[in-house]
Design a binder for this molecule. Sequence first.
Ligand SMILES: [Cu+2]
Length: 270
Amino acid sequence: MGFLIAIVVWGVTLAMAVPFFTQTWWMPESITALGDEIDEAFMWTLAGTGVIFLVAQFALGYTVWLFGRKSAGPASDSHGNNKLEILWTTAATVIFVGLTFFGYSVWAETRFIEQKSMEPAEGRLIVEVTGQQFVWNMRYAGEDSQFGPTDINLIDDAAGNPVGLDRSGPGGSDDIMVPEMFVPVNREVEVVLKSKDVLHNFFVPELRIKLDTVPGLVGKLRFTPTKQGRFEIVCSELCGLGHYKMRSFLHVVTEQEYEDWLAEQASYLF
Ligand SMILES: [Cu+2]
């Protein structure tokens, strides 16, 4: 019986490990240099925890097999081993603290940006993204690079003003509201995240970064896409009945295509 249980433990362990080794259902290819760094940190973490998991599960199966035999006699209990306790507590601490330092710089790169100004700095493109049940609203500052003021009393979804943009305010006349995000390749993008109602989460799997949108708070993420294409933006925080269909797209295009797209959007303004 002990051997049978051991076989089941080993079998389940191996079956769980197979998708990782063969990279079945794996992440899509990353489209930023930062994404590659995050993947590297991820792979080191996975390798470390994976080896420990496999060794522990095989030891578990072996123990069940060994002490499940009738000839093994009655089980004896142990009152612990201080040396072993110190050893694995220290090992676990070193591994966890080490992985934290390893991933710290790449994590910080996506988040620690100066939070003071909405003005684009040195060619950085700023896109304001407002989550709402169950759509993403993208706002571009337009030709003047200045976002117009908003007023909750002006919010009118039916009239195409989901964020309450004041068109008569400074810099507001040329702001562009769109349902999908277009950005030029190889240019730094800063996403300014807001929410109109509940918690949402801005997630583009290919970017390897995600952040909650929180009502009343402004979140920021930055990335520099290096590959062109069309990538899905999903809401990654259960936000209500329509959560499953809250999606949009990130289009990474050439600088020229971006300019053309922007000019076309601007031409729709009244
Ligand atoms: Cu949502």
